[in-house]
Every structure is written in C-alpha cells, then in structure tokens.
Design a protein around this ligand. Structure first.
Ligand SMILES: [Cu+2]
Length: 333
C-alpha cells in the first residue's frame, strides 16, 4: 500500500511537471501579446530631473508592445548616434540656429509595428497620445536613445517565444526602482551643492544646475540669491560635465521655443523662438528694470552681466521654470 502510494505520488509529480511544462510552452507560444511600459525621464524633489529610461533594459517577445511615458523633454530614437538638437542652417540667405528637424519630427507613427532600422518618436507634443510600438523583430538586442540628453539610452531585447520573461508589472516595478535609486543619489548631490553654495567664498559666481550627476540633472541655481555691490558683475556657469542647457533672463518667456517658418510642400523650418533667443550679449551692463536674455548657455559655457544700479534684480531660466534667482545689488561703498 505504501509502495503504491509512493508510485502514485511520483507519477502525479511527474505528470504535474510535464503538464506544467506543456502548459507553459503553450502559454509562451499562444500567449496574448503583452503591453510593457517604459518611463522616459522622471521628476524628483528639489528640481531633480531623471535623464534615463526605466527600466533601462527590457525583454519582450515578438508581437509585444512598448509604451514610453515621457516626463520632460525627450525623444525615443532607435539609432546608433545621437543627433544635435540645434543645427546652423541657411534660411533666406541668412545663417540661423534651427531646431534639428531630424529630432523634432516623428519618422514612425505611434502604435506602428517596428521592424528595425532608424525610427524616431519625435519631440513630445502636448495632448498627443503616448508613443507606443509593436515590436516586430527577430530575437536580438536593439538600442535606442534620447537625442537631447547625452547618455540617456535604453535597450529592448527580443527573446524566443519559449523563453520566459518578467511580466509587464514586474518590469514596471523594476523601472520604478531604477528611477527611485537615481532620484535618491541626485538628492544627496543636491544637498552637497546647496551646502557648497552657502559656504562659497565668491559671491559673483552662480552655478547653473548640476554637473557630473550622470543619470539625473538638478535644475536649480547655486546659490539662489546673490548679493553684490553696484558696478560689480555676476558670472553664471553651466558646468562642463552637465548634460542640460540653461539660460538666464528677465522677464520670463515660456513655451515659445520654436517659431516655425512655413515652407510650401515641406515641413516647417523650426527657427528658435523668443524663449531661447539671445537678447543681451555677455559682458553687458544691465540697468534696474531692463529686460535681458542670455540665450542658451550650453554645458561648459559662461555668461556675465554687470549691475550698475542698486536694487533687486529677479531672473529665471526660460527652459526650467523652477530655476528662479535674485541678484541683490547694494550701493557701492
Ligand atoms: Cu535651466
């Protein structure tokens, strides 16, 4: 009786294992396509902005779809090398800086089947549906990136149908963990930068955002408040190891990054709008109440203004509305 029982148990285990194997194979082959989500960027406290795809690496089966949820200013571009955001081009016989149409405009529609090669989501447009692709690719690893933020890249690995992969909810959790770790590390840097700014010996220097923070940027001014004497200057510097452009100016000009020039039968030329245009050359003198705008200060660049009159001067970064600073100019002794 005991022997018999053992045999039944063994048979049941074996049958169960076989059935499990059989059913899991069935599931892998006949499974409904799954819908995965990838976060493209994210926000943390203290104006920390994550410049990463999360999860950075994703496994899918052929036929599954991926939706990229974009937070911030990012594109999703399957390609090998990032393209420059700003290109100099001749318009009506004049060289002018243009937003690169190879980045701005999509080359694949949302919900389309992606079968390889160059494919770009285009820049995020307010109110547009999220960018999704149905992955119709042979097994292999495919990489994509954001043209705007160097180092912001992700991979999609397509595996054979009979290979088990993490579920969409597991990968979403994984992505949330990656975002959280990046925000945590950036928050530590934020405190260090604020402490440095408070202890700073030279009141004439302001750092625009963070540098060297890898997968995140901190869009703040270090320090927020600058106190100088009339006739003195302030120099704003975007650190060389930053990955984010900034500018300083007053009054704020938001949301006019592009001033499209219509061209018949072609996509519009994307001239830079008032938000990004330089109004005041570096080394200029500013009077109280006078408007000024630096234009884009790229990583590694500086911009200097001299304040001749006592008073309180507010300024902002048109790209990052939370970057607001004040220069307090005291009467010269
Ligand atoms: Cu900024």
């Amino acid at each position: 009786m005991r022997k018999y029982f053992k045999w039944v148990l063994a048979a049941a285990v074996m049958f169960g294992a076989a059935a499990g194997l059989f059913s899991s194979q069935l599931m892998a082959q006949d499974a409904e396509p799954q819908a995965f989500t990838v976060m493209a960027g994210g926000h943390g406290p203290g104006n920390v902005e994550v410049l990463a795809f999360a999860p950075q690496s994703l496994q899918v089966h052929r036929g599954d779809s991926i939706t990229w949820v974009v937070t911030g200013f990012h594109n999703i571009h399957f390609e090998n090398e990032p393209q420059p955001l700003v290109v100099m081009s001749e318009v009506n016989g004049q060289m002018m800086p243009l937003l690169n149409s190879a980045i701005a405009f999509p080359t694949i529609e949302t919900n389309a089947a992606y079968q390889g090669g160059d494919a770009n989501s285009g820049l995020p447009v307010e109110g547009a549906p999220p960018f999704s692709l149905v992955i119709d690719l042979e097994p292999g690893t495919y990489s994509y990136l954001c043209d705007i933020h160097p180092g912001m890249a992700g991979t999609v690995t397509v595996v054979a149908d009979d290979v088990t992969i993490p579920s969409p909810s597991q990968t979403t959790l994984q992505g949330a963990g990656e975002l959280g770790a990046t925000i945590g590390a950036a928050s530590v840097t934020l405190l260090e930068l604020e402490n440095q700014a408070i202890a700073q010996a030279d009141p004439h220097q302001v750092q625009l955002g963070s540098g060297g923070t890898g997968r995140a940027t901190i869009n703040e001014l270090f320090p927020f408040t600058t106190v100088i004497k009339a006739g003195e200057s302030v120099t704003w510097t975007n650190p060389a190891d930053s990955v984010e452009p900034h500018l300083v100016g007053w009054p704020p000009v938001r949301g006019q990054d592009v001033a499209p020039i219509e061209v018949e039968g072609q996509p519009p030329i994307l001239a830079m709008g008032p938000t990004l245009l330089p109004l005041t050359p570096s080394e200029s003198a500013i009077a109280l109440g006078e408007a000024f705008a630096s234009g884009i200060i790229e990583p590694g660049q500086s911009y200097t203004l001299t304040f001749t009159e006592p008073g309180v001067y507010s300024y902002t970064c048109n790209i990052h509305p939370a970057m607001n600073g004040t220069v307090v100019v005291q009467p010269a002794a």
